[in-house]
Write a protein that binds this ligand. Sequence first.
Ligand code: GLN
Length: 248
Amino acid sequence: MGSGRALRVVHLYPELLNLYGDSGNILVLRRRMEWRGISCEVEEVHTGDHPSFVDADIVFIGGGSDREQRIVCDYLLEVRRELAAFVEDGGVLGAVCGGYQLLGHSYLMGDEEVRGLSLVDLYTDRGTPRLIGNIAVESRISPQPIVGFENHGGRTHLGPGVEPMGKVLHGYGNDGTTGEEGCLYKNVVGTYVHGPLLPKNPGVADYLIARALERRFGVAELEPLDDAAELAANKVMYDRLMDEEARG
Ligand code: GLN
């Protein structure tokens, strides 16, 4: 199975956007491909580079402080057209927290409205307090609930046609009031879930890999892996959070 297949992952600005180990997501993507005989080439894009998305299969962007997010946004606005073409062509884009906020039309930094990449119809304003804590989300892209950690001042509002990644079971999600978390648009997955996201949520990793395989090779089937350790970690967290919910 899998032999001869290769996918190219473009990791945007790991030195700036790597909050709560977000770069660990790349390691998970690589391993889950290699365990199935799919080679994985990772290209890290650093400040000053001019990224190309022409041969990319999966683009990943992590979270960071407002300051770092601002620097990255300025870089990405220069290649906005190319990144938008990638997204519209069904390219897979995973974005966490600060990276997720960048996908929208704008986000509020202090009192300043900063222009975003407008890749997805959403925008982010701010609120107090910061939304901090463990989170569990039910989502159609993962057979297990998605678990992790969130910490954001931003409140993200989805446009009418944009599907949330899922429903908050514990925690805050996009804005702490709608019960919605993240966004799904074409093959874009945006989420506030750090952790990092993918080690404890193998279903999300496989969703991204499957969408990329489907686009590149027309086949989305993935060989199952032994996920006993990952699923045990997921379950410990999920059970703990549901227990907290039950106790109010
Ligand atoms: N700076 C953003 C906020 O606080 C994103 C933070 C993050 O990536 N955790 O809303």
